[in-house]
Design a protein. Structure first.
Length: 109
């Protein structure tokens, strides 16, 4: 989960729910791209469906060995709960984390 203000604005929600995967992974199909600089200077390349505009996945420049996919893109209510939460300093007070979630005040990188 990411509670940074950029993710809140991008998703239109109070946090982004993401599933991260290490390489090797394969990307195919068309996507609209948007690059955004995070609070600590990292640059993220977000990919959106060019038809409906839904966020599908993103990568971080310089860390192409992993990809983060929007959990909603799986359309699977049984998808596992998040295990990590970043930008706790921006989490809305009424949002409760799943038990056992590792939380960071900002991004640990």
């Amino acid at each position: 989960m990411c509670h940074c203000l950029a993710c809140q604005q991008r998703t239109g929600s109070v946090f982004a729910a993401l599933a991260s995967f290490a390489a090797p992974y394969k990307i195919f199909g068309k996507a609209t791209e948007y690059v955004h600089a995070g609070d600590q200077g990292a640059r993220f390349k977000f990919r959106f469906c060019p038809v409906c505009g839904s966020t599908v996945f993103h990568t971080e420049e310089g860390h192409e060995g992993s990809v983060s996919v929007a959990v909603g893109a799986f359309a699977d209510p049984s998808f596992p709960a998040p295990r990590v939460s970043v930008y706790e300093c921006r989490r809305h007070s009424w949002v409760r984390l799943p038990p056992g979630t590792t939380a960071f005040d900002k991004d640990p990188d």
